[in-house]
Design a protein around this ligand. Structure first.
Ligand code: ZN
Length: 151
């Protein structure tokens, strides 16, 4: 039944994150000369591209791009995609392709934000509540929990 295709299947194209592709210098700012003659994408095409994305921006951005499709897919289907991306991150961590590794980190957090949207969780609020005052265990900025404990 699902002729409804996934909006951001894992791909080498920068469909998922056009705003944070390496072409605008977000990921590899320090590695790309500012005078990089990057193809035909003129400066006007990247003027609106984000240089930074807060967790709030990210979740809103994902919401704007994909929410209807994400809701139609649901939490379980979306979770499967997150797990696939986690697997790809695992593979990338074992390799030596830094650009691909950065992309996989981006994919994982994007899919996490996607699930948060579907589950109606405010990621920023959740992070602030749990980690905004330091370590959740000892409440210090430099954790002093015993090594036997998780955080
Ligand atoms: Zn701690």
């Amino acid at each position: 039944m699902p002729t409804n295709t996934f909006p951001h299947v894992p791909t080498n194209e920068s469909l998922l994150f056009p705003l944070v592709s390496h072409q605008n210098g977000f990921i590899k700012l320090s590695e790309i000369p500012s005078s990089s003659g990057s193809e035909s994408s003129g400066p006007e095409s990247t003027d609106s591209a984000a240089r930074e994305l807060s967790i709030v921006d990210l979740q809103q951005h994902i919401h704007q791009m994909y929410y209807e499709k994400d809701v139609a897919r649901g939490v379980e289907g979306t979770f499967m995609w997150l797990m696939e991306e986690v697997g790809e991150l695992s593979s990338a961590l074992r390799g030596n392709d830094r650009e691909n590794l950065a992309e996989e980190f981006a994919d994982v957090i994007a899919w996490l934000a996607t699930i948060a949207n579907v589950a109606q969780i405010d990621l920023n609020a959740a992070l602030v509540a749990k980690y905004g005052h330091g370590c959740p265990g000892c409440h210090r900025l430099v954790c002093e929990c015993p090594d036997s404990e998780k955080p």
